[in-house]
Design a protein around this ligand. Structure first.
Ligand SMILES: Cc1cc2nc3c(=O)[nH]c(=O)nc-3n(C[C@H](O)[C@H](O)[C@H](O)COP(=O)(O)OP(=O)(O)OC[C@H]3O[C@@H](n4cnc5c(N)ncnc54)[C@H](O)[C@@H]3O)c2cc1C
Length: 458
């Protein structure tokens, strides 16, 4: 029997015909993503429903030496779930059960394909007093994908990156064994990673090259009754590091974001610093606003949310996706952004140089960043492009790559780097660190089947 037919038949035996495809038009869809990058088509797409099925698919991929690419929502915008070398795309969306919500120990145990939208709406309906991490990403993105790419969101100033907000994983290793990482390795509770060696790092940032997450425990937080924001309009981008530091010092804001952009025209020249606050009562909210206003009273124009026109308010703040509404400025449905984790003091230079890069490639200039924890910031300049215009698509990729090089030059680390930028990172990386990565990959994935092309150390 021909190889293709043999593999197809084996996959039918594992997942059934309804959850498998080798149809050209569907394979085509899996060779594209929301961003500007494309890849080879996979040979098969499978949607497993159980851990056992995942194990069997991995076993088959090892026997046949065929690549296997885990995919969540496929929304990384840097091609991280594209089948660069073909093979099997393992679409995790059928593994979408919310297994347990523990209100006392404040975690949710979910399957590896649960989306942000599903968890959020489930909690809103059944546990309105509890909230999960809140990336502004698309609802179809998965929690696992977001954790693996070091995502961030509206609670990241307070609780850190999405990758900091987990208690453990269940994974299927590239050699097929099921492993529990975190307290579930020794207990029936999934409430902590302590005090075991932290093996979750073998998955985070590895972009599906070291195993398949089939379950994860996500931390939960109280959901405050009231939310609001205040905006500071700074005179210059040079004020950003000091102003942001002062806002961080208050320890009052839930989330701190900044943006500077030239579209729409009324935004030109503004350098906005937005502090989101939350609380239980009007008194608490007023108190928090007063402290924040006081922190920057000598250097910035202070604007309360109620002082902004409703159009501005709605477009900017009341819908999730701070920068997302600039995403279709070209009317062509294309949008990419990467950027990176930056030292706060480098932000003015990063903003200036991104403006140059944007104009060089014909894009309106937009830069934004979000504070993560108490110091570092995630800097994310978006490039909206027209999918129907090949030149525009190429320009978006070039602008994204040039920004990533800028991030490296300024002492930052590119966020969710695509394979081109992964190479740039590895060229600059400490040689012993690179060697360690190589050993880990070889040990975990001796046949090199997992998402090949990514973090290719050899
Ligand atoms: C409009 C828009 C706004 C966005 N805003 C934000 C934002 O505010 N914050 C933010 O953090 N991100 C944001 N993003 C980026 C991206 O959507 C998120 O990072 C998203 O959470 C990635 O999840 P995903 O399920 O789409 O991952 P995918 O793209 O499917 O996968 C990401 C990586 O994880 C691997 N992977 C996925 N599932 C598994 C698994 N089960 N086991 C092992 N490996 C796996 C994949 O192989 C891939 O390497 C945004 C994207 C868009 C399009």
């Amino acid at each position: 029997m021909e190889e293709k037919e043999r593999i197809y038949n084996s996959l039918v035996d594992i997942v059934g015909e309804d959850f498998l495809s080798n149809r050209e038009e569907e394979l085509y869809v899996y060779s594209r993503e929301l961003g500007a990058l494309t890849s080879n088509k996979p040979s098969y797409v499978v949607m497993p429903k159980t851990v056992k099925e995942v194990q069997k698919i991995i076993k088959l991929a090892n026997e046949e030496r065929i690549p296997i690419v885990p995919m969540g929502g496929g929304s990384s915008l840097s091609g991280l779930a594209l089948p660069i070398k073909g093979g099997i795309v393992l679409d995790m969306k059928q593994m979408n059960k919310i297994i347990e919500v523990n209100e006392k120990s404040m975690y949710a145990l979910i399957e590896g394909g649960v989306t942000l939208g599903k968890l959020r709406s489930y909690l809103e309906k059944n546990y309105p007093h509890i909230q999960p991490l809140l990336p502004d990403s698309v609802p179809s993105a998965t929690l696992t994908g977001n954790v693996i790419v070091y995502g961030s969101g509206a609670l990241s100033q307070r609780y850190g990156l999405s990758s900091d907000q987990i208690n453990g994983f269940e994974v299927v290793l590239p050699t097929g064994e099921i492993c529990k990482l975190g307290s579930s390795a020794v207990s029936t509770y999934w409430h902590t990673k302590a005090s075991l060696p932290d093996l979750t790092g073998l998955l985070i940032g590895w972009f599906g090259t070291t195993g398949i997450v089939t379950k994860l425990s996500i931390k939960l937080y109280p959901n405050p009754k009231k939310r609001d924001y205040i905006v500071f309009n700074l005179e210059s981008i040079d004020q950003i590091p000091d102003a942001v530091s002062k806002v961080i010092q208050t320890e009052i804001a839930e989330d701190i974001l900044s943006t500077s952009q030239e579209e729409p025209a009324y935004m030109r020249g503004m350098v906005l610093l937005v502090a989101y606050i939350a609380g239980e009562s009007d008194e608490e909210m007023e108190f928090k606003k007063r402290i924040l206003a006081d922190a920057l009273k000598d250097e910035a124009q202070y604007i309360e949310s109620t002082m902004l026109g409703s159009d501005f308010r709605e477009r900017f703040f009341e819908k999730p996706g701070f920068a997302a509404w600039v995403s279709d400025i070209r009317r062509g449905g294309g949008f990419v952004y990467c950027g990176g984790f930056m030292p706060l003091e480098k932000i003015p230079e990063a903003f200036r140089r991104t403006e140059e890069i944007s104009h060089k490639y014909g894009f309106p200039y937009t830069t934004s960043f979000r504070v993560v924890g108490k110091g570092t910031v995630i800097f994310f300049p978006p490039f909206p492009f027209n999918r129907a215009d090949k030149n525009d698509v190429d320009n978006a990729v070039s602008a994204m790559h040039e920004t990533d090089e800028l991030v490296l030059e300024l002492g930052g680390v590119p966020w969710k780097p695509d394979i081109h930028v992964q190479k740039l990172i590895m060229e600059r990386m400490d040689k012993n660190t690179l060697e360690l990565m190589k050993k880990i990959k070889k040990l975990l994935d001796p046949n090199g089947i997992m998402n090949p092309g990514n973090w290719e150390v050899d």
